[in-house]
Design a protein around this ligand. Sequence first.
Ligand code: NAP
Length: 330
Amino acid sequence: MKATLKYMAGIAGPSGYGSNSTAEQVIQDSSCFFSDQLTAIITGATSGIGAETARMLAKKGLRIVIAGRDLKKAKEVRENIWKETPNAEVIVLEIDLTSFASIHRFCSEFLSLGLPLHILINNAGIFSQKLEFSEEKVEMTFATNYLGHYLLTEMLIEKMVETSETTGIQGRIINVSSVIHSWVKRDGFCFNHMINGTNYNGTEAYAQSKLANILHAKELARQLRERNANVTINAVHPGIVKTGIIRAHNGLITDSLFFFASKLLKSTSQGASTTCYVALSSKIEGVSGKYFADCNESNCSSLANDEAEAEKLWNNTCALIHKRLHQAAT
Ligand SMILES: NC(=O)c1ccc[n+]([C@@H]2O[C@H](COP(=O)([O-])OP(=O)(O)OC[C@H]3O[C@@H](n4cnc5c(N)ncnc54)[C@H](OP(=O)(O)O)[C@@H]3O)[C@@H](O)[C@H]2O)c1
């Protein structure tokens, strides 16, 4: 109750920001200042929260890589950024997170540019009521929201560590999760069921993938700490924003729910604020493996905090990826 009132009133937390803070306010903050030009990759920057994040980071002077599966849409986002920030350096590269080959191509193309990599924003996401499978025969929501981002991060992490070592600037990875992760019960989080889409339910699959985003951040943060790497990884809940991911579920019930919940909805700029805060603010220098909402560190579910569960998910994912890569090679 107290948290809901705080949310509705937009009361600022320890960061100085709250639920109604916008990405524009966050990037104007002096704690988000860098003397070097930073490079950020943003997945799913062709619409919604990702497009707004890209616009804001470009306005702040970062070099942006729009990682999108639809190049026409990605180029339109770039045109819009250029209208507002004509000197912005915006690179468009193709990626389909449901295809290992596409992720591999994206990484090769990016790495061949010889650019540094300071920030990776794993933002793309889907919420599908239909049971479908990716190129590697993994249920589509899990493949897009979690597995694709896991592989992408794996393929770029050494570049991020190297960049942090040569520039002295901390690398940051942000996994865009959701508060809905807390709906997942322990016995509903079974790796084989998730990849095979057993007893598929769209909402459950979405929640499980968002829980996986947090567990991924927890385990990778632990590993990066262990090797003393100056790269952090955190998960964020952007807030509820009426973007494409929600519009895909239009209908009388969803529309009515959104009409009545409209006071709780965020604008797209408010939705991008937590990602921008975690990507740039010096106030969270060194903070890793945490969960943020409304631009402040927040509590995630006990399952999301379970280190053994995070390690188990990591090991299962590693094994799956190697198995699928081996199958593709034979
Ligand atoms: N909106 C909310 O209320 C809310 C709440 C909590 C968390 N989130 C999270 O916020 C993130 C952004 O969502 P959004 O609300 O901005 O939704 P959105 O407007 O639907 O954007 C989703 C983005 O993901 C991209 N994408 C989907 N599948 C992809 C694939 N296979 N490969 C590459 N890119 C792919 C989409 O590309 P196309 O343009 O090609 O479709 C689009 O750019 C998601 O992770 C979502 O789970 C959103």
